[in-house]
Design a protein around this ligand. Structure first.
Ligand code: TXA
Ligand code: MG
Length: 323
């Protein structure tokens, strides 16, 4: 699995070469508005198996299938009326729907981990959309980070985590949402929030006209739902009022400390904070290691809007890890 990873700029020639990698069964990282995905042809068993190998991801976790438009969704999944309404409002965008899989969908069984549902998303990022059109097929893609590590929001992050293990990275600059898609599933036809993410739950609830429940017991063990996930190398201390002496600081809102660190948003803007979250965790991880510091302390983040997804990721990044 030692290949040299090629970086492609996202002009039409770069996108055409990237689509060619996918067609040949190779692994390609590409930008979406949430985070960079690690893509493979969702119909190709060997290619999809390569995703799990490159990430070091447990085999039982199903992957999100990215498609260009609603017609492509209909080829692989059943859309109920309510699913269709949610899709019409939020696609393309940072939303994933878990839908009943069509039997003749042609997807690799590895993508759905043997489940009779499939997670589907139409991304909004212009480069992702052009890639999907150029490839003209479904792309299976988890976030392009080694399993359990911080998600990538820049091509450099992908190179750092997976360079040498994948064929290429399509560079589309920094992702503007910065946290993964919100995932909605359906239980007896009723929408359920499976993962908080790039679309604030309040906005979804308003559009659907009902409150979204979270399933009590997750029916699958998915990486974003594992306790320790999105983790930097050093430890994380969340909801900290102030940094201790031997910590680096991840702030939110006005106010500074005499400690090395970064601020997710000086003005307390949750969209800005989400967009910076993973990049700043990457940066502070490097800063801490360089200074021989073992902990990143993080200021409290409000729990509304994108704060729900930010706090979810921080809680998992701070969870005790298997080392
Ligand atoms: O923003 C995103 O969603 C990014 C970009 C690349 O699209 N992708 C992403 O993928 O975050 P990943 O693999 O890191 O997370 C996929 C999640 C799993 O954690 C799981 O919760 C859910 O998708 N999932 C996939 N298939 C499912 C299924 N059939 N039933 C329930 N959940 C499913
Ligand atoms: Mg992930």
């Amino acid at each position: 699995m030692n290949t040299s990873t090629q970086r492609y700029i996202s002009d039409s020639a770069g996108i055409a070469q990237a689509a060619e990698i996918l067609r040949a069964g190779g692994l390609l990282s590409f930008p979406t508005e949430t985070v960079y995905g690690l893509g493979a042809d969702a119909r190709n068993d060997m290619a999809v198996a390569g995703i799990f190998a490159a990430k070091g991801r447990p085999q039982f976790n199903p992957l999100i299938v990215h498609v260009a438009d609603l017609n492509a969704v209909k080829d692989i999944a059943e859309l109920s009326d309510i699913a269709r309404n949610i899709a019409a409002t939020f696609w393309p965008g940072p939303l994933t729907l878990v839908l009943p899989r069509k039997h003749n969908c042609g997807l690799s069984k590895l993508v759905t981990a043997g489940l009779d549902t499939v997670a589907v998303r139409i991304p909004a990022h212009p480069v992702a959309r052009q890639l999907l059109r150029a490839f003209d097929g479904p792309i299976a893609a988890p976030s392009a980070n080694p399993s359990g590590k911080i998600s990538p929001t820049r091509a450099d992050h992908v190179m750092e985590g997976l360079g040498g293990r994948i064929a290429g990275v399509l560079d589309g600059g920094a992702c503007d949402v910065g946290v993964e898609s919100t995932i909605i599933g359906f239980s007896a036809g009723i929408p359920m929030l499976l993962r908080s993410g790039g679309i604030p739950v309040e906005i979804l609830q308003k559009a659907i006209g009902m409150s979204l429940k979270t399933p009590e017991i997750s029916t699958i063990t998915a990486p974003g739902q594992l306790k320790s996930h999105y983790a930097p190398t050093v430890d994380l201390r969340i909801n900290a009022d102030a940094p201790h002496e031997k910590e680096v600081w991840l702030g939110f809102g006005p106010g500074t400390f005499d400690t090395p660190g970064l601020n997710l948003s000086e003005t307390g803007d949750l969209h800005e904070a989400a967009a910076h979250l993973f990049a700043y965790l990457h940066q502070l991880d490097h800063m801490a290691i360089a200074r021989g510091i073992s902990t990143i302390a993080v200021a409290p983040i409000p729990g509304h809007g994108l704060g729900l997804a930010i706090n979810d990721r921080l809680k998992r990044a701070a969870a005790p890890r298997e080392r």
